[in-house]
Design a protein around this ligand. Structure first.
Ligand code: CO
Length: 220
């Protein structure tokens, strides 16, 4: 093996270990995937969906981009969602952000990294929408953490407002949305209390989640 032999060696060991535990593991997965979850997360190398949720191959369908943004016209994300909802029939869509997100920080600070600045404008929209909340926080560290949470909450709103999710709910399909955030420093997931299973719950759930952010970070 000429290039990156260490990765191929690790892969061979992993495949052997999986087969040792369950000789039918790969044969079963090759035939069908039936994940119950769609994960929309950040591309950050420190936030791997499967590992942090303890899920095996076949158990979670994954879309990742910089700063876990759901844009109404992003055909890549929408295609993943459509397949997950209409073909795989996942029961849960999890938008998961993380503290210490470089994309959120760059957006917050208005830092410039080239083309990606355009992508991060979506997070600046979130920042500007919640300018009053952020301005009331004690320092920029708190604002960064709060914006990481607000970004998740607003992306859950965007997921809920896609035609894909709206149509699924109209059909009576069981589909629950969730907003989570992951701590790089402690490896723990936190639920941001945005879980909804019906469009009618959306505005109240989002308002409650945003109130939660305000109370977590506001000066006491
Ligand atoms: Co990130």
């Amino acid at each position: 093996m000429k290039y990156l032999p260490e990765l191929f060696a690790a892969n061979a060991r992993w495949a052997e270990e999986m087969t040792a535990v369950d000789p039918r593991f790969f044969a079963g997965l090759a035939a069908i995937q039936t994940p119950a979850y769609l994960w929309i997360g950040c591309s950050d190398s420190r936030v791997p969906a499967n590992q942090i949720t303890g899920l095996k191959p076949g158990e979670i369908f994954v879309h990742r981009n910089v700063a876990n943004v759901v844009v109404h016209t992003d055909l890549n994300c929408l295609s993943v969602m459509q397949y997950a909802i209409e073909v795989l029939k996942v029961q849960h869509i999890i938008v998961c952000g993380h503290y210490g997100c470089g994309g959120v920080k760059a957006a917050f600070e208005g830092a410039s990294f080239g083309l990606i600045d355009n992508w991060l404008r979506h997070i600046q929209d979130v920042r500007d929408r919640h300018a009053n909340l952020l301005a009331a926080l004690p320092d920029n560290e708190a604002r960064w953490r709060a914006l990481c949470e607000l970004n998740v909450i607003e992306q859950v709103r965007n997921v809920a407002r896609t035609t894909l999710v709206g149509d699924a709910w109209k059909r009576g399909q069981s589909l629950m949305l969730h907003g989570w955030i992951y701590g790089l420093a402690d490896g723990r997931l936190k639920d941001l209390q945005t879980s909804i299973e019906d469009g009618a719950e959306l505005d109240d759930a989002i308002a409650l989640a945003i109130a939660g952010v305000r109370s977590r970070y506001a000066l006491q």
